[in-house]
Each structure stands twice: as structure tokens, then as C-alpha cells.
Design a protein around this ligand. Structure first.
Ligand SMILES: Cc1ncc(COP(=O)(O)O)c(C=O)c1O
Length: 398
């Protein structure tokens, strides 16, 4: 039987395994030195001033939103094509997600679709850009609009560790926050760096990062200024065993075990990026002569993107995509659809008219993510590409 190819999967080396085992043999399983080392390493890769690790990408979004001030009754603009978590993290805080359309070819929120959403929802004081598939949004264009309209902009970079944002004639790492209040990452197994579960937020602003640090761990601090007098010693200092809670927080820490794995994976990020880019190029070459059947979403910005997914758009539309999905699965190739537009979910019913998100509907109806991960072989990619092309050629015959 042909080997099963998932759309994404982790890669693991002996060095990864040894790194985890070392922590297991040691004294610190959580809140230890590997957590700090991982945060430092991620800040270095992203050129961010501050990094706060958390238990997953969803927690990262929620802590970022909350630390930055989003609260009950606020409105946040979210692109219609993203994973549920981008919006849910705001909904948990009692805020209301409203939706921006996306470009039908890239799936990204653009300055044009963002401007339309700002016009539609003038009450929105927050917005989040999603670097879908790993490709950066036009952050400079989005930030100009956000600034002009008094909107605080965040980045959901769950797909985009190692990618770069173009700005004027420069490129800046995603996560540096050159154009936003903070960026969130996920280290789920299908991501470029995997920790089982894991997440992180990068910040420019020290005070917001500090609030995030408190929020991830019960809101506990050693703030002697607000401490009850019974917690102070004779010199007015906090007793050494005391903790102070000014605001309730969550428990969304990531462990040293996970961070040891993350550090080991981060160390080979440049290699991982190269391999993923090679796979993308091989797919693109295979599809180059079949433009009437397949549009590879990864046909632009290859050099500045760490592709997390390899989506194609089926030019023949919805029925072709649905049939191709089934045909691939019959051949033990497991594609995925990223994503169902959020306004189609029952929970968001009535939040936006479908005619306000034509780009998102068009992208959704044609998109299909093909296998992309480090362990794929050139033969695997040829097998997937052959299956796609052969099927679509027959499907599209008059
Ligand atoms: C765009 C996007 N944002 C946020 C998340 C949430 O990350 P996690 O699964 O680590 O909670 C994901 C997860 O896949 C995602 O794809």
C-alpha cells in the first residue's frame, strides 16, 4: 500500500530527543532555565525586544489581546480566512470579532480589504493581521491605515516563524513588531518549530510584555507597593515567601520539557526553511505548465516566506476542489482545507453578509493544502503533483 502523506507533520532528530531527556533527568520541569533560554532564542530569531512563552498559540493570542488592553465590549477586526483561535481569543475576553475580506488569490487581508472593514466597523479599536500559510501581510500598508484610524494592530504569526515582512526596500523578520503591538506564534506539531503544544508572544513594549508575563501565571507578582501590610517585613519589604495578585491571571505556562524541544528545533530553523522552500519550488515547477488547472498560492514572495502550508487553488472551482480532496484521500494523500471562512460558523451567524467577503468565499471554495513538511521526499512530491494534475485534467475534460 502506498505510504500515507499527511498535509503536515513534525520532524524530530536524536538531538531533539536528547534535549528533552536531559530536562527530564534534571530538577526543572517548568518555570526553569530552558523556558528563559527559549524566549531569548526566539527574541533573537525575530529581532524582538521581548518574548513571553505560553502553552499554545491560542493562549498567546488571548494573552496578547488582554495585555494590550482589549476587553469586554471592544470590537476587533479579524480576516475572514483564519483559524478559529484568532477570533475566539478575543471572544473569550468578551470582545466582538468582526470580519474583513481577504484577497482571493493569497487569502491575506490587504490594505484595501482592511480599509473596507474599517469603514464598515468604525467602532473597531483593534485589528489582527494573519500571515496565512506563512506569507506576511503588507504590514506597512495595514499599519498606516490602523494608525490613521486609531486602531491597534496585532499579528497572528502562528504560520510565519522565519518569514519576513517587506517594508520599503527592506525586509524585517515577522515577530519584530515593526508595524504592530505584538505577534503570536504557535509550536503545534505541524508548525515549522514544534514543541507538542506551545506558543509565544513577542513585543516591542516592555510594560505590555510584563503584563503578559503576569497574565500567563495567575497574575502573581512581588509588587510590594500594593501588598497588604501583613505581607511586609519590618523594613517594608515583601516577605520572601509572599506573592501579590493585582489582577487575576491564567495558568498558560509552557514547560521546560517543551522548551528544550523548541530550542533544539529552533537551532536548525535555517535548514528547515531551506528544505521547505525547496519542496515549494519543486511543487511550483510541477504545476508551472498547468496554470489553467492549478494556481499555487506560494508563487510569490518565496524568498521571504517560510511556507507553513502549500495551498493550491483549483481553477475549475468548488466542485473540482471537493472531488480532488476525495481523490487524493483515496490515494492515501491527506490534504486539508485552510480555512472555512469564520463567518460561516454558526457562532458567528449574522455578523457579516456573505457579499461583504467575496474574496474569502472564492479562496475557500478553491483552496486545498497539499503535503508540506521536512520529511517529504522529491518522489513524494512528484506522486502528489502527478495525482493532482492527472485528476484535474480528467475532471476538466469537456
Ligand atoms: C492562524 C492560527 N492562529 C492561531 C492558532 C492557534 O495555535 P495553537 O493550535 O497553538 O493554539 C493556529 C493553530 O493552528 C493558527 O493556524
Amino acid at each position: 500500500m502506498a505510504k500515507t502523506l499527511p498535509y503536515g507533520r513534525q520532524s524530530v532528530t536524536e538531538a531533539d530527543i536528547n534535549a528533552v531527556v536531559d530536562v527530564l533527568r534534571g530538577p526543572f520541569w517548568t518555570t526553569g532555565p530552558k523556558v528563559l533560554a527559549f524566549e531569548e532564542a526566539l527574541a533573537e530569531v525575530t529581532e524582538a525586544d521581548h518574548c513571553v512563552s505560553v502553552s499554545n498559540g491560542t493562549a498567546a493570542l488571548q494573552i496578547l489581546y488582554q495585555a494590550a488592553g482589549l476587553t469586554c465590549g471592544d470590537v476587533i477586526i479579524v480576516p475572514a480566512i483564519t483559524f478559529l483561535a484568532t477570533a475566539n481569543a478575543a471572544e473569550f475576553l468578551g470582545a466582538r470579532a468582526v470580519f474583513a475580506d481577504v484577497d482571493p488569490q493569497s487569502g491575506l487581508m490587504t490594505p484595501e480589504t482592511f480599509a473596507a472593514a474599517i469603514d464598515r466597523y468604525p467602532e473597531a479599536r483593534y485589528a489582527v493581521a494573519v500571515h496565512l500559510n506563512g506569507r506576511s501581510c503588507d504590514m506597512q500598508g495595514l499599519a498606516e491605515l490602523a494608525h490613521a484610524n486609531d486602531v491597534m494592530l496585532f499579528e497572528d504569526a502562528a504560520h510565519a516563524l522565519g518569514s519576513q515582512t517587506r517594508a520599503d526596500n527592506e525586509v524585517v523578520p515577522v515577530g519584530k513588531n515593526a508595524f504592530s503591538a505584538g505577534s503570536c506564534f504557535s509550536f503545534h506539531p505541524v508548525k515549522t518549530v514544534a514543541m507538542g503544544e506551545g506558543g509565544a508572544i513577542t513585543f516591542q513594549d516592555a510594560a505590555t510584555a510584563e503584563r503578559a508575563r503576569l497574565l500567563r501565571s495567575h497574575g502573581m507578582s512581588r509588587n510590594k507597593n500594593t501588598a497588604h501590610e501583613l505581607l511586609l517585613d519590618d523594613d517594608g519589604q515583601l516577605e520572601p515567601w509572599c506573592y501579590v495578585m493585582d489582577q487575576p491571571g491564567h495558568n498558560v505556562r509552557v514547560t521546560d520539557i517543551q522548551c528544550a524541544l523548541g530550542l533544539s528545533q529552533l537551532a536548525r530553523l535555517p535548514e528547515t526553511i531551506e528544505i521547505r522552500r525547496c519542496h515549494v519550488q519543486q511543487y511550483n515547477e510541477r504545476f508551472a505548465d498547468h496554470a489553467e488547472l492549478v494556481f499555487p498560492v506560494a508563487s510569490e514572495d518565496i524568498d521571504v516566506t517560510t511556507w507553513h502550508l502549500y495551498p493550491i487553488l483549483c481553477q475549475a472551482g468548488r466542485a473540482a476542489r471537493a472531488a480532488l480532496y476525495r481523490a487524493l484521500r483515496d490515494q492515501h494523500i491527506n490534504p486539508q482545507i485552510h480555512y472555512i471562512p469564520l463567518p460561516l460558523q454558526p457562532y458567528f451567524k449574522g455578523r457579516c453578509d456573505m457579499n461583504q467577503i467575496p474574496g474569502a468565499i472564492s479562496y475557500y471554495e478553491r483552496c486545498l493544502s497539499l503535503p508540506l513538511y521536512v520529511g517529504l521526499t522529491p518522489e513524494d512530491i512528484d506522486r502528489v503533483a502527478d495525482t493532482v494534475i492527472d485528476f484535474l485534467e480528467v475532471f476538466s475534460e469537456p
